[in-house]
Design a protein around this ligand. Structure first.
Ligand code: FAD
Ligand code: SIN
Length: 525
């Protein structure tokens, strides 16, 4: 089947929906999403979205906090421009129906998280993402110009390579004409032709064994752009959230928001010692890379499987009103957070790098824009400041929409694109191989390319990944495509990029910490 549209959006999280809503007045929009419209990383965001509002906070303070967290690799111009657009984008989200908590006096109840020098996080209880996803989903579903294709899996973006043309300058002269998308109703790959395509496929958490990300996060968009020879950067900077709930059989790991530490919760080791002062003078509110590494060290030194988050000294009413979701979740597991310590461990959480985009959200491929966690804008540098990603996804979603709607009238559909040809056969019995390979991949990435790395570990990872790559390629070549097989292939591609870029970085910086280039003793900032 062929579907023709002005704008094709791949992904229904904050980035995809913001873009879809803002381009909708300028043409027909198709949104494809690989499961249901709500199942996104966005939906699980807890802490909130950072933006400067009240004095004594200033743009400059937010800029400096972001630059410090980014450890020298942020693009300062990008940082300044995104932060300045914060208040307008928050208003936009409110106008689209998002609720944020207010104080009894009617002011926004701004929270504080690690690395932030002020209270500046807009939140809705401890489930801000759920609220944003709800509001934007409602808007998208009632927009007559937007058609949503749920359970449709984007397999590849379409470029000249599919027309059999060679491209002189790969990356800069490549053009995008839409995407090949697996239709769940027919099990066939449909051709979605679009004048402009927008990738908003989110993060990569599931290439690790322990992650806060839902299973959709397999780096699909990044892998598609990589195969289309678009530019990708900063993949070595994978953020581990310091405090995921330790509950051995639960995947994804349930997040214990950083806002709890902003509210006064203390990290304790199994002996009950508050250990963060040994690592950083900002203690529990140091940037995430420092807190996650401190926990990792405590675990390695003690041999225990988790550390603990202590809320028992905090105001009970405040705790319950700010964190009702976490309270309920822990209670179900027999942990009363007003009396008991919460067992926590670090978990893969966020990718700082991704598809390289310019200030308008355009990739290195013509007619292809991208946003959200799939992209590298320059905001996060070597380590993202908490609650800056929802801000980035919304601001860049809007910017890409403005740029795309200015351009769309001058772009034509390329109708000479061939349909997907699939000579493979279905091998349902191979699903076990795919599942097994995926588990192996997660073990490799967790064991060798996690919070603490080294050349020996990364070489080992690369060698083992090579075997999985060869086996999966053979399977892909003889099989019809399926979401599971495509996800495995994408996960291998992004893992490869992470290891390659990590090996190239001959230093420890931000989230990339390697034993071969140990960091100078960090001067307490
Ligand atoms: P997502 O919201 O992940 O959406 C991706 C979409 O792409 C999904 O619809 C998915 O189905 C679709 N997709 C993927 N691959 C394909 C494919 N092949 N074909 C079709 N569709 C596809 N950030 C903050 O700023 N503040 C927070 O408080 C915060 N808390 C977080 C808590 C948790 C537990 C997690 C996991 C993340 C949190 N983050 C937070 C990070 C933030 O939520 C994400 O970075 C952000 O929501 C990403 O939005 P997105 O639109 O880029 O992608
Ligand atoms: C959290 O609530 O701790 C997550 C915030 C983020 O990832 O930005």
């Amino acid at each position: 089947m062929r579907i023709e549209t002005d704008f094709l959006v791949i992904g229904s999280g904050l980035a995809g929906m913001m873009y879809a809503l803002k381009v909708a007045p300028y043409g027909k929009v198709a949104v494809v999403t690989k499961t249901s419209i709500e199942e996104t990383n966005t939906r699980y965001a807890q802490g909130g979205i950072a933006s400067v509002t009240y004095s004594p906070d200033t743009y400059e303070k937010h800029v400096q906090d972001t630059l410090i967290a980014g450890d020298g690799l942020c693009n300062e111009q990008v940082v300044r421009s995104i932060i300045k657009e914060g208040p307008a984008i928050i208003q936009d989200l409110i106008d689209l129906g998002t609720n944020f908590d207010k104080t009894p006096e009617g002011e926004y109840d701004l929270a504080r998280e690690g690395g932030h020098s002020e209270h500046r996080i807009y939140h809705f209880q401890d489930r801000t993402g759920f609220e944003i996803q709800r509001a934007l989903t409602e808007q998208v579903l009632k927009n007559p110009n937007i058609t949503v294709y749920e359970h449709h899996f984007a397999v590849e973006v379409i470029t000249q390579h599919h027309l059999g043309y060679s491209v002189i300058n790969e990356g800069t002269d490549t053009e995008c004409y839409g995407a090949y998308v697996l239709n769940p109703n027919t099990n066939k790959v449909d051709t979605f032709l679009a004048k402009i395509t927008y990738i908003a496929t989110g993060g990569i958490g599931n290439i690790y064994h322990t992650t806060t990300n839902p299973v959709i996060a397999t780096g699909d968009g990044i892998a598609m752009v990589y195969r289309a020879k678009g530019l990708i950067d900063n993949m070595e900077f994978v953020q581990f959230h310091p405090t995921a709930l330790y509950n051995q059989n639960e995947r994804p790991s349930f997040l214990i928001t950083e806002a709890m530490r902003g509210f006064g919760a203390i990290l304790r080791n199994r002996k009950g010692e508050a250990f963060m002062a040994r690592y950083d003078e900002r203690r529990e509110l140091a940037p995430r890379d420092i807190v996650a590494r401190a926990i990792d060290t405590e675990l390695k030194v003690s041999g225990y499987e988790f550390v603990q988050l202590d809320c028992t000294h905090l105001d009970k009413d405040g705790l319950l009103s700010h964190f009702p979701n976490i309270y309920q979740k822990c209670l179900l597991l027999g942990i009363d957070i007003t009396k008991d310590y919460i067992p926590v461990v670090p978990a893969a959480h966020f990718l700082c790098g991704g598809i390289k985009v310019n200030a308008k959200g355009r990739t290195s491929i013509k007619y292809l824009y991208a946003g959200g966690e799939s992209v590298s804008t320059g905001l996060h540098g070597a380590n993202r400041l908490a609650s800056n990603s929802l801000l980035e996804a919304a601001v860049y979603g809007l910017r890409a929409a403005v740029a795309s709607s200015e351009k769309v009238a001058n772009v034509s559909l390329n109708t000479s694109v061939p349909d997907w040809s699939d000579d493979g056969t279905t091998h349902p019995e191979e699903l076990i191989l795919i599942t097994q390979e995926f588990k192996e991949l997660q073990q490799i990435m967790s064991n060798y390319v996690g919070i603490v790395r080294s050349d020996i570990r990364m070489n080992r990872a690369l060698a083992r990944l090579g075997i999985i790559y060869q086996e999966t390629k053979a399977l892909y070549d003889r099989s019809t495509v399926s979401p599971a097989l495509c996800e495995l292939r994408n996960a291998i591609n992004v893992s490869y990029m992470i290891i390659k870029m990590a090996k190239r970085r001959k230093e420890s910086r931000g989230l990339h910490y390697t034993l071969d280039y140990p960091q100078k003793l960090k001067i307490l900032r």
